[in-house]
Ligand binder design. Structure first.
Ligand SMILES: [Zn+2]
Length: 1001
C-alpha cells in the first residue's frame, strides 16, 4: 500500500498521508506467517496427501440462515454453525499442526460479533499463523446458473471486505471454492480471476465429462474464462475435487457419520490401525492414478460437519501419525494437514502443463436421466424479486452517494443500504435464488429482501429530499406490475419522480393504475406529454384480487437523465367516481374484444409485429429500419414432468432436476382469444390462451423491442400431473442447431444441440440435456437475422428445433427429486392458495447479426437496472428541483456504470465496465476512455486508487500464480493504456474498480 500511495501522491500532489485507510496492505513489517508461508512441508518424490478439514455451511437451504447459525430446528436437519466455529477454534488450539478452512462469511460474521475480545485475539492469532484459513470468503457460496454478475460481485465484495477489515492480508483468501453449486459458469471463473484468486476448486460436473477427464488426467485444468479479456486476465486454474466435497469412503469421523474410529490400543478389542492404514493407502494410490502431480487433496468434512470437531481431529491426528509411520518401512505416502491453497501451491511448484478449457460446465448431470436443469427456472417469482431487488439496491447505493450524509439520517429518519446489501448477498447462495430451498426458507429470503427495501426507501426518500429540496412525503408502489398503487388510483393531482440508475438517458413507458378517464401530464419543463388511458386487463384484475381497484392504466413515455431523475406532473381532467375501497370489488370490465381482422398488426416506427387472424398468434416480426422480416409464431406449452409414483427407479422432476416424460410438450391452446388496444403511446394485443395462461404483446411508440408480457398460473394440478411450462418462439431463422446464451448476464456462449465442446456426448435426455441457463439473454441467428430475447430474470432455455427458441417460465411439481430438499416444488401462498401466478416479460429484438449487440447490450442493462418511480401527492412546492443528473455528461454507449457505492465517510467505490465483447460490435467493441474527474456533477473527485474486482486488494499489488497450458499463447491484442491517472481506458468486457476520495461540491 505504501508504494501505491506514494506513487499517487507524486502523480497527483493531492494526498498528504494515508489516503484510504483500508487494511489492504496493513502492516509492511508483518511478522505473520499466514498464506503460502504457513503450509506444512511436503516430501519430494513421495505421494503427498493433503487432508483439508472443512465444513460446508449452506447460507439457508432446509433451514433459514439464522436457524442454521443457531442450530435451531434440528428436527429438520441437525446443523448449528455457531457450535461448529466454537468447536473448531477450540480444537485448533490443541495442536498447532491442525488446519481448518472457513468459507461462508455470512456465518463467520454472525459468530465473530458475539465473541469476547480475548477470543477475537485468539482467532486472529490462528489466522495469522495460517491455522485457520479463509477460502472463497464471499458472504455466501453463490449459485452460478441463476445469478447476475453484478450481485455476485457485490456479495463477494461484502464478504471479502469483512475479512480484510477484520484480519488484514492474512484474511484474504487465495482460493475460490465452489464445492456444491450445480454446474459452473464461465463468467464466475472470469470474475474469480479478476478478484485475484490463484485457483478454483469445485465438486460437481457432468458425469460423462468427469469420466473423460479421469481418463485423460484432466481433472485439473486451466480455464480461460473470457473471449475478450487479454490472457491471463481471466485465466483461472481449476481443480475438480475427488469425492465431491466429502471424505473418501470409510473415513468420515464426524458425529453425523458411522465410520469406525481409529482404535489404536492393542490391549483393547478391535484394534484396527493396520486395517485403516491399508485402506487409506489403497484409496490414496487409486486417487493419485487419476491426477497428474505427486500431490492429491482429500476433503475431510461435509455439510455442517465439525460441530464436535474433537471427533474429526482426534482421528485425523492418528491417521497422519500411523500412515506416515509406515515411511520407516518404505512407504512412499506422506499425509499432512493442509488447505486448498497449500495444495494449490504444490501444483504450481510442480510446473506442469494443463489442459485449456474455454467453454463452461453446464448443464450438470449426475446420471443419464438426471440433468440439473430445472433449477434454472425453479421459483420464478423469487428469481424476479431478487433481480428487481438488485436494481433497487444499486439505486439505493447511488442515491446514498449523491444525496450525501443526510441520506442515511434525514427528514424521513434513519435509512441504510446495508440491510439490502446483506439480504441480496444471502440471496445469491446456491440454494437461494436457485430455487432449491424449502418453502419456508424461500419465504425467509423474500422477507429479508422486503426489509431491505424498507430501509432503502427511507434512504431514497432522504436523498431525494436533499436533491429536490422538497421534504414532501414520497410514496412507493411496489405492485405496479399488477396495477396496484393506492396513491395514483385515488389522487386528482400528483407528481411522478423517475430516477434512472444508468449512466445514459433512458426513454421508457410508465403505466400507472388510475380510475380517471382523462389526464394531463407535463414534464419537468412544463411541456405537455402525450398520455393515454387504457383499461386494466381482465387477467390483471383477477390476479390482484382485493388489493386494488383501478379500472384503467395511464400510460406515458418518460425520459430520465443519466444517474438522475426527472419529474412529471399528473392532473386528473375527467373521472368517474372510484368505488370506495370498502365496497366489494366491481366485476372485471374488460374492453370489448375486437375482431382481429382489423388489427392484424401492431407497429411503431421501428418494428412491426403481425398476427394470424385465424389463431390470434404472432405470425411475423419486422425491423422497419433495417427492412428485415422473419416469420415468428409463439405459443405456450407444458412438459409433463416424470413423476416418482410409478416406480422407485424413475427420476422425477423436482426443484433441481428437469425430466420431462416425453420430448413432446402439450400445447396449452392452439389459438388465443385476442383483443387489441391501439393508441398513440402504446399498441397491445392481449391474448388469452386459457384460464391460467395469458399474454400481452406490446409495442410502445418509442420502443425498439417487442414486449411479451406473460402471465402463467396457477398451474393446475387437479390432473395429478406435474407441469413445466415453456413458451416457444418458432422462426424462419436458419439456426442449424446452434443458439447462444449469456453467462451470468455478461459474455455470451455458443450452444449446440446434443453437443459438448470438450467431450463426446452420449445424449440421454433430448430436452433436459439441451437446457442451459439464461440470465439476461438468449439468441438464434443466421447470416441475415438475429432474434435476441432479453429476459427479466434467470430462466432455463434451449433450441430444440431449427429456428426455435424455448424458455421455461414456470414449474409446478408433485414429487421431490431426491437431491436433499425433500419437498416437491409446489408453490402456493396465502394470496394464491391455488398456486402461484407468475408474470414476467420477454423483450424481442430483431437485428442483423453484425449490429445485434448494439441493441441487446443496452436493452439488457435497461432491464436489469430499471428506473425507480416514486410519487408525491398534490402540488409540489414551487422551489422543488424537478430534474437532476449526477453525471456531468452521459457516458459513451460502451460504458456501463456498474457500481457507485459509499465505501466510507469520504470515499466511494466505483466500477466502470465495458459492456461489449471483443468483435461483437463494429462500433462499440473498441477501447473507450472515461475521465474520472469529469464524471460526477456534484462530487469532486480528489483522489483515485485502482482495486481488484472484489475491492480487497490494490490492483498493482495483485499478483497471481501463472500457469502453463497445452495450447500455445494467443497473440495479444495491442490495446492502448490509460492516458493519465484520471482518464482510464476500458477494453472490451473489462471492469475496472476504483476507490475515489470525494467531496460534495
Ligand atoms: Zn450447499
Amino acid at each position: 500500500m505504501a508504494s501505491t500511495v506514494l506513487q499517487l501522491v507524486s502523480a497527483l500532489l493531492l494526498f498528504q498521508s494515508c489516503v484510504f485507510c483500508l487494511p489492504l496492505g496493513q502492516d509492511v513489517h508483518d511478522t505473520s506467517s499466514c498464506g503460502y508461508k504457513s503450509c506444512h512441508a511436503t516430501i519430494p518424490n513421495m505421494l503427498n496427501v493433503h487432508l483439508v478439514p472443512h465444513t460446508h455451511d449452506d447460507v439457508g437451504w432446509l433451514k433459514t440462515v439464522d436457524q442454521y447459525f443457531y442450530g435451531d430446528r434440528n428436527d429438520i436437519q441437525h446443523a448449528g454453525v455457531q457450535y461448529i466455529l466454537d468447536s473448531v477454534v477450540d480444537q485448533l488450539l490443541k495442536n498447532p499442526d491442525r488446519r481448518f478452512i472457513y468459507v461462508e462469511t455470512a456465518f463467520f460474521y454472525r459468530w465473530w460479533k458475539t465473541q469476547s475480545s480475548t477470543m477475537q485475539q485468539t482467532v486472529k492469532q490462528l489466522v495469522n499463523e495460517g491455522r485457520l484459513e479463509f477460502v472463497n470468503g464471499g458472504w455466501c457460496m453463490s449459485d452460478e446458473a441463476t445469478t447476475h454478475y453484478s450481485a455476485v460481485i457485490d456479495q463477494m465484495t461484502m464478504g471479502l471486505r469483512f475479512l480484510n477489515d477484520t484480519f488484514g492480508p492474512c484474511g484474504r483468501p487465495r482460493v475460490a471454492w465452489h464445492i456444491d453449486p450445480f454446474g459452473h459458469a464461465r463468467e464466475h471463473a472470469s470474475m474469480f480471476a479478476q478478484m485475484g484468486y490463484d485457483g478454483f476448486f469445485f465438486g460437481r460436473l457432468d458425469y460423462q465429462d468427469r469420466n473423460t477427464r479421469i481418463m485423460n488426467l484432466d481433472q485439473e485444468l486451466l480455464w480461460r474464462a473470457s473471449d475478450s479479456l487479454t490472457p491471463p486476465m481471466a485465466d483461472l486454474f481449476t481443480g475438480i475435487l475427488p469425492n465431491g466435497y466429502n471424505p473418501p469412503e470409510g473415513f468420515c469421523w464426524d458425529q453425523s457419520c458411522d465410520d469406525p474410529p481409529i482404535r489404536d490400543d492393542p490391549d483393547l478389542e478391535d484394534y484396527n490401525v493396520d486395517d485403516v492404514v491399508t485402506r487409506f493407502r489403497n484409496i490414496a494410490t487409486k486417487q493419485a492414478a487419476v491426477y497428474k502431480s505427486k500431490h492429491i487433496i482429500m476433503t475431510m468434512g461435509s455439510d455442517f460437519q465439525y460441530e464436535n470437531a474433537n471427533l474429526w481431529y482426534k482421528n485425523l491426528d492418528k491417521l497422519i501419525r500411523y500412515v506416515n509411520a509406515q515411511q520407516a518401512n518404505g512407504s512412499r505416502i506422506n499425509v499432512l494437514y493442509s488447505t486448498p491453497s497449500c495444495y494449490l501451491q504444490e501444483l504450481h511448484r510442480a510446473n506442469l502443463t494443463w489442459a485449456l478449457k474455454t467453454d463452461d460446465f453446464f448443464p450438470y448431470a449426475d446420471d443419464a436421466h438426471d440433468f440439473w436443469t430445472g433449477y434454472f427456472t425453479s421459483r420464478p417469482a423469487l428469481k424476479r424479486y431478487e433481480r428487481l431487488s438488485n436494481s433497487y439496491l444499486q439505486t439505493c447505493n447511488q442515491l446514498e452517494v449523491l444525496g450525501g450524509q443526510v441520506s442515511r439520517n434525514g427528514v424521513f429518519g434513519e435509512g441504510d443500504s446495508q440491510t439490502m446489501r446483506k439480504a441480496m448477498a444471502v440471496a445469491q447462495h446456491h440454494d437461494a435464488v436457485s430455487g432449491t430451498e424449502k418453502q419456508h426458507v424461500a419465504n425467509d429470503y423474500a422477507r429479508r429482501l422486503a426489509i431491505g427495501w424498507q430501509h432503502c426507501q427511507v434512504l431514497v426518500s432522504n436523498s431525494l429530499a436533499a436533491l429536490t429540496g422538497s421534504s414532501a412525503q414520497r410514496m412507493y408502489c411496489e405492485n405496479l406490475n399488477i396495477s396496484v398503487c393506492p396513491l395514483t388510483e385515488a389522487s386528482k393531482k400528483f407528481s411522478v419522480n423517475v430516477y434512472n440508475p444508468l449512466a445514459r438517458p433512458v426513454t421508457r413507458a410508465v403505466r400507472l393504475p388510475v380510475n380517471g378517464t382523462l389526464y394531463s401530464i407535463s414534464d419537468a419543463n412544463g411541456i405537455p406529454v402525450d398520455c393515454q388511458v387504457v383499461p386494466v386487463s381482465a387477467a390483471t384484475q383477477t390476479l390482484r384480487g382485493e388489493r386494488g381497484y383501478a379500472v384503467n392504466e395511464l400510460v406515458f413515455q418518460v425520459q430520465a437523465p443519466p444517474l438522475g431523475y426527472t419529474t412529471y406532473s399528473v392532473s386528473l381532467l375527467q373521472s368517474r367516481p372510484p368505488p370506495a375501497p370498502t365496497q366489494p370489488r366491481p366485476p372485471p370490465a374488460p374492453t370489448q374484444p375486437r375482431p382481429l381482422a382489423g388489427v392484424a398488426a401492431i407497429q411503431n416506427k421501428f418494428l412491426r409485429a403481425t398476427f394470424d387472424p385465424e389463431t390470434g398468434l404472432l405470425s411475423s416480426l419486422s425491423n422497419l429500419e433495417t427492412r428485415q422480416t422473419i416469420k415468428l409464431t409463439q405459443n405456450f406449452y407444458w412438459y409433463n414432468a416424470s413423476d416418482g409414483n410409478n416406480s422407485a427407479s424413475i427420476q422425477p422432476s423436482g426443484a433441481y432436476i428437469f425430466r420431462p416424460n416425453s420430448s413432446t410438450p402439450f400445447i396449452i391452446s392452439k389459438t388465443a382469444k385476442t383483443e387489441s388496444i391501439q393508441t398513440s403511446v402504446v399498441q397491445e394485443v392481449r391474448q388469452w390462451f386459457g384460464p391460467w395462461v395469458s399474454q400481452v404483446v406490446r409495442l410502445y411508440a418509442h420502443s425498439r423491442s417487442l414486449e411479451l408480457e406473460w402471465t402463467v398460473g396457477p398451474v393446475p394440478i387437479d390432473d395429478h400431473l406435474g407441469k413445466e411450462v415453456i413458451t416457444r418462439l418458432d422462426t424462419s431463422i436458419d439456426s442449424a442447431g446452434i443458439f447462444y446464451t449469456d453467462s451470468n448476464g455478461r459474455e455470451v456462449l455458443q450452444r449446440k444441440k446434443d453437443f459438448r465442446p470438450t467431450w463426446k456426448l452420449i445424449q440421454s435426455e433430448p430436452i433436459a440435456g439441451n437446457y442451459y441457463p439464461i440470465n439476461s439473454r438468449a439468441y438464434i441467428k443466421d447470416n441475415d437475422d438475429q432474434l435476441t430475447v432479453v429476459t427479466d430474470r434467470s430462466q432455463g432455455g434451449s433450441s430444440i428445433y431449427n429456428g426455435s427458441l424455448e424458455i421455461m417460465l414456470h414449474r409446478r411439481l408433485l414429487y421431490d427429486d431426491v437431491r436433499g430438499v425433500a419437498e416437491p416444488l409446489n408453490e402456493t401462498s396465502d394470496e394464491y392458495p391455488q398456486g402461484l401466478v407468475v408474470r414476467g416479460s420477454l423483450l424481442l429484438s430483431l437485428e442483423p447479426p453484425r449490429s445485434a449487440a448494439d441493441a441487446h447490450r443496452p436493452l439488457a442493462q435497461e432491464t436489469v437496472l430499471q428506473p425507480l418511480v416514486t410519487f408525491t401527492d398534490g402540488d409540489l412546492h414551487p422551489n422543488t428541483r424537478l430534474e437532476f443528473s449526477g453525471l456531468q455528461a452521459a457516458l459513451p454507449p460502451a460504458v456501463h456504470l456498474l457500481t457507485v457505492s459509499q465505501w466510507d465517510r469520504d470515499s466511494v467505490l466505483l466500477r466502470v465496465e465495458h459492456q461489449f465483447q471483443a468483435s461483437e460490435s463494429k462500433e462499440h467493441s473498441l477501447p473507450v476512455a472515461v475521465d474520472l474527474q469529469k464524471l460526477f456533477s456534484t462530487l469532486e473527485v480528489l483522489g483515485v486508487s485502482e482495486l481488484n474486482l472484489s475491492a480487497n486488494q490494490w490492483k498493482d499489488e495483485m499478483k497471481r500464480f501463472d500457469w502453463k497450458s497445452h495450447t500455445g499463447e494467443q497473440p495479444l491484442p495491442k490495446w492502448p493504456g490509460d492516458s493519465s491517472v484520471w482518464e482510464v481506458t476500458l477494453k472490451p468486457m473489462e471492469i475496472r474498480t476504483f476507490l475515489l476520495r470525494v467531496s460534495h461540491r
